[in-house]
Design a protein around this ligand. Structure first.
Ligand code: S0N
Length: 318
């Protein structure tokens, strides 16, 4: 019935019947005018040295950017600590629904998203020490988990090298878009290191066993096209389009339900991470948060406080 009605209404007598089209999702109609950033003036963000932190009230997003272009944004403990703080600022800020992780490139230096752990402060006692740690540690592992547990979607915008621990950070993001001059890879077995956690398991889920072993065993790099073809990234765009496409992706996410996105993120995490702390537990936590907002849940608390038996039947919708 609806097909006949739609045919008459939209195409007229004798015209070909309407066909399904992927463009009905409206994605290509979304504005690609680059996001306007407002310098975020909190006490914490003003003291950032290794990163910059900005938000856009209009586009409901934050931008966390590596800012060490002279070392291709290699991270030291201070860099990771600042990203951890910026991530928390983004989580706590109700004006932020999408978080962008990227880098500030300047023409003088090779473009990079992040060249991994800063080898000049890699310590012989099992971690990194730049004078800011009590003892050397692999702080980036904490950040990986925090990104995974972050209830808001994190989108990585890569321009240039994403190597080693920097490559793993892009894999930890929920989405990655990249300029077409970007390069992706691991160097651990050549640099005397490895990541047997998310750095291996996430990659395998993204691109499969054979290609993961190729990236790790050979330390071969992939360009953007190969990275897209294997499923390592979501999209590759010419550099001049990257800011506009970033804006388009953010705006599209923001048109959708943030609660739905959080629950799907947790479910997808649970599929990979299993039960326990990083899987079902987090999905369950989100459900509890929503349950607390129902009359049925509030009845349990209210009855206790009012010293009476609860009447769940009055409020249950099942
Ligand atoms: C990316 C490369 C190929 C670019 O070459 P290009 O264009 O010739 O530039 P360069 O002249 O080499 O670089 C410019 C300046 O940047 C410095 N630099 C680059 N990368 C690093 C780095 N990682 N640490 C410190 N400095 C870096 C260069 O030294 C140069 O400086 P100047 O001008 O002063 O000479 C090329 O740069 C390259 O190959 N870089 C190394 C990339 C790499 O191998 N990264 C991986 C580092 N290791 C990790 O990330 C380990 C992660 C890990 O395994 C892990 C696992 C679990 C838990 C924790 C960890 C962890 O260690 O964090």
């Amino acid at each position: 019935m609806s097909a006949g009605r739609s045919s008459n209404r939209k195409t007229g007598e004798g015209a070909p019947p309407p066909q399904p089209s992927k463009h009905r999702d409206g994605f290509e109609l979304i504005s690609r005018i680059p996001i306007e950033w407002t310098k975020y003036q909190s006490k914490e963000s003003q003291s950032f040295v290794d990163i910059t932190y900005d938000i856009s009230i209009q586009d409901r997003c934050s931008r966390i950017a590596f800012n060490r272009p002279n070392v291709l944004h290699a991270f030291r403990p201070q860099t990771i600590r600042e990203i951890q703080q910026a991530l928390q600022l983004s989580i706590d800020n109700t004006d932020v629904s999408v978080i962008i992780l990227t880098s500030n490139n300047i023409p003088k230096y090779t473009p990079a998203f992040c060249a991994g752990g800063d080898q000049t402060v890699r310590n012989n006692n099992g971690g990194y020490q730049d004078g800011t740690e009590v003892y050397p540690k692999l702080r980036v592992l904490e950040l990986q988990v925090e990104m995974r547990r972050c209830p808001k979607p994190i989108m990585c915008v890569v321009d240039g090298y994403a190597i080693g621990g920097g490559h793993i950070l892009h894999m930890m993001c929920d989405l990655t878009i990249a300029s077409n001059r970007s390069i992706f890879g691991q160097t651990g077995p050549r640099m005397g290191s490895f990541d047997a956690g998310y750095g291996s398991t996430r990659m395998t889920r993204l691109i499969g066993q054979k290609r993961s072993r190729e990236l790790w065993f050979l330390c071969r790099y992939m360009d953007s096209k190969e990275a897209y073809d294997t499923g390592l990234i979501n999209a590759s765009y010419p550099l001049p389009d990257l800011d506009g496409r970033t804006a388009q992706w953010v705006r599209r996410i923001n048109m959708n339900s943030s609660t739905a996105i959080t629950c799907v993120k947790m479910a997808l995490n649970a599929d990979e991470d299993g039960g326990g702390a990083f899987g079902i537990q987090q999905l369950g936590g989100q459900l509890t948060k929503m349950f607390y907002q129902t009359k049925e849940s509030q009845e349990g608390r209210d009855a206790f406080l009012q010293k009476r038996p609860p009447n769940f039947i009055l409020h249950s919708k099942l």
